[in-house]
Design a protein around this ligand. Structure first.
Ligand SMILES: [Zn+2]
Length: 674
């Protein structure tokens, strides 16, 4: 057997992981050795008999865990974007081990004593601002992880963390299985009336792949809403599709959600907070539960009123079909009709203008060139994690190599839903590494030989995820802890949302939105109508988002000891109590498939998207109104914000760009909530 490729640093350009050599059986041994190595490194730090110094403690800690980091970034991407049964098993084994490992470090009394001693004397250590911040952030992280607790409490904390980690993995795997099981199988093409020929062919191909030869399968996306709902003409098929979506996973994941909420409440209490939400936001830019609740409460009333106005408009159009009241499964369908009737926008007619390769090169990359001077060269000689994934080398305006960008754009059965960004190699001046970042999307594959045509939303997602990628690529920090996107969750969506603005900037749009067959530019008047139609959907979008946010909030503001017996009942009560229960607008995620909050680190933090959007809307206004050329604005945004990572307070970075604290006005205007 050849040596495990994780055991040594990669010798490839940018230390790109050696994907061609990595096999499934390498992960577990690499994890085990990686954790053992890091514990040995920690033991070496605490064995030092001399006085603790910044160098022998904090810097040593930053340098520790190299092997673990190498395997972990690769594994997390692989198990998300191309999983197998074996990888699922490895994940189920590893996630509780990682929780134990995290605790072994953060509850190490000798290590904490050194950090505490340095923290106490920090004013006299002569540290530069980023080093001082490293010390403060590490101190806070240890404290928040229970370093100050007594033996019995720490033992209980270890138990809670291990159980939560295992439950989170089970929750995610249940979501994946439930998504597959709930796919809608249809017998005839007639039932798919309304879908494009391509989409019907896609459903037939999907059926063949999934073992339903001769039938048609609509697979589920992870959100409550499903794209096909906007086109399916048969009301009963729409009803079945949405019911399959809303009902998935509750038997298995309802009890897990209840258990996780209880464990998180208990852990929060142990750590001195009244609820899990209070514990989480204390370390976010929001700071307090009250601050988050106040923003959400301010948005609910106007958003619901907005959605009700939209419902009345939908009902007017639906009356022609004999539909009396708009149900949840009618919303997208009649929204599409309103868009066509009132705004003359037909989603199907847009797709030919959004061909993936053009959107990527002449849109996303072009905008990055316009604002930041970047250029991109594909590197087919470098192997990524999947044959679909493509590697690009990114260059500065002056030709300096900046890092690698990997794009894995297509949906496949082995990939989880949604779109996300990962860092495979973190930029750090301490380690001398340059960034390798990765975007995963779920754009359906067309029939063989056909171009990849995207929806408006998919184009937006591509710009969005690339915004995260830029945040990683532009990182210019000393310590890995602060690198790139390692900022609070309620800040991290801000740079990615800002990047969405390029999608509709006239000079960018005109460059990429061209008909794939004729080369014709997307007519400007159509763009205006799309923008107007976007405004129409804001009521729905804001309510479905806020409902999910308030659901997350309800699960994680429960105080310890409050008994929840039925997840669906809890959900219904929570939405009603928050004033966001609009029957025809289900939450974007229901409890059973809300993987953000039960499986991926966004518990009590789903509010982060709208919180970040305050900064986003405000910054977009700054970009548009500051009077600087685009390239100069980009440079300011990069220098003061994108490059800083978490090496300084993010709100300070915001102020350095915009010149003042964030204001909510632009967000309210954008969402039609004034
Ligand atoms: Zn994002």
């Amino acid at each position: 057997m050849t040596e495990n490729p994780f055991f040594r640093p990669s010798t490839l350009d940018y230390e790109l992981p050696p994907f061609a050599e990595i096999r499934e059986e390498h992960y577990l041994p690499a994890y085990e050795r990686g954790m053992a190595e890091q514990l040995a490194e920690i033991a070496a730090i605490t064995a030092d008999r001399g006085l603790p110094t910044f160098e022998n403690t904090l810097v040593a800690l930053e340098r520790s865990g190299e092997l673990l980091r190498r395997v972990d970034v690769v594994f997390r991407n692989q198990s998300s974007s191309d999983t197998t049964d074996l990888l699922d098993e490895v994940e189920a084994k590893v996630s509780p081990l990682l929780a134990v490992h995290h605790d072994a470090i953060h509850l190490d009394r000798a290590l904490f004593a050194r950090i505490e001693e340095l923290y106490r004397t920090r004013a006299g250590l002569g540290l530069d601002p980023e080093s001082l911040r490293l010390l403060e952030r590490r101190y806070t992280a240890f404290e928040r992880s229970g370093a100050r607790l007594g033996e019995a409490e720490q033992a209980r904390l270890r138990g809670l963390n291990a159980e939560l980690a295992a439950l989170g993995t089970t929750f995610q795997q249940n979501v994946n299985a439930a998504n597959r099981a709930a796919a809608l199988v249809l017998d005839s093409a007639a039932e798919l009336a309304g879908l494009s020929e391509d989409a019907i062919a896609g459903a037939a191909e999907n059926a063949r792949v999934l073992g339903h030869e001769g039938k048609y399968v609509l697979s589920l996306q992870n959100t409550s809403g499903q794209p096909a709902l906007a086109q399916l003409a048969d009301r009963s098929v729409r009803e079945r599709l949405l019911a399959a979506s809303l009902g998935r996973g509750i038997e298995d994941n309802g009890p897990i959600a209840i258990r996780m909420a209880a464990l998180r409440a208990e852990r929060a209490e142990l750590l001195g907070h009244p609820s899990h939400a209070a514990y989480v936001v204390a370390d976010e830019t929001a700071g307090t539960v009250e601050a988050v609740s106040a923003l959400l409460a301010r948005l609910v009333g106007p958003a619901v009123a907005n959605a009700r106005r939209e419902a009345a408009e939908l009902a007017r159009v639906a009356a022609a079909d004999g539909v009396g009241e708009i149900a949840a499964h009618d919303w997208a369908y009649y929204s599409e009709k309103v868009r066509q009737e009132s705004f003359q926008v037909d989603a199907a007619l847009l797709r030919p203008y959004f061909e993936l390769e053009r959107v990527l090169r002449d849109g996303v990359f072009f905008a990055a060139n316009l604002a930041y001077g970047l250029s991109f060269t594909e590197r087919p000689d470098l192997t990524a994690h999947h044959p679909d994934a493509r590697v690009f080398e990114v260059f500065e305006e002056d030709g300096t190599a900046l890092g690698l960008f990997i794009g894995d754009f297509h949906a496949r059965a082995s990939k989880r839903g949604g779109a996300w960004m990962d860092s495979l190699v973190e930029q750090s001046e301490l380690t001398g590494r340059r960034p390798v970042v990765l975007n995963n999307l779920n754009i359906p594959r067309p029939a063989p030989g056909e171009p990849v045509l995207m929806s408006w939303d998919e184009v937006r997602t591509l710009f969005h995820e690339f915004g995260h990628a830029l945040h990683g690529l532009f990182s210019r920090v000393r310590y890995p802890l602060f690198s790139g996107t390692a900022v609070p969750r309620d800040f991290v969506e801000f740079p990615s949302q800002v990047n969405e603005m390029w999608m509709v900037r006239p000079e960018v749009l005109a460059n990429y939105a061209r008909h794939h067959g004729t080369g014709e530019v997307l007519p400007p008047e159509l763009v205006e109508r799309i923008t107007a139609a976007e405004g129409f959907g804001q009521g729905f979008r804001t309510v479905e988002y806020l409902a999910a946010t308030l659901l997350d909030w309800a699960w994680h503001t429960v105080p310890r000891g409050e008994e929840i017996t039925d997840a669906e009942e809890f959900e219904a009560r929570a939405l009603a109590a928050a004033g966001i229960a609009v029957e025809a607008v289900p939450p974007r995620y229901r409890t059973a498939y809300f993987q953000h909050v039960f499986a991926s680190g966004y518990s009590a933090a789903y509010y982060a998207y709208i919180w970040s959007e305050v900064l986003d809307a405000d910054s977009v206004q700054w970009f548009e109104g500051n009077g600087l050329p685009v390239r100069e604005s980009g440079e300011v945004f990069r220098r003061e914000l994108l490059s800083r990572g978490f090496s300084r307070n993010p709100l300070e970075s915001f102020r350095a760009v915009v010149g003042r604290a964030p204001e909510t006005g632009p967000l309210l205007a954008r969402r039609g909530l004034l």
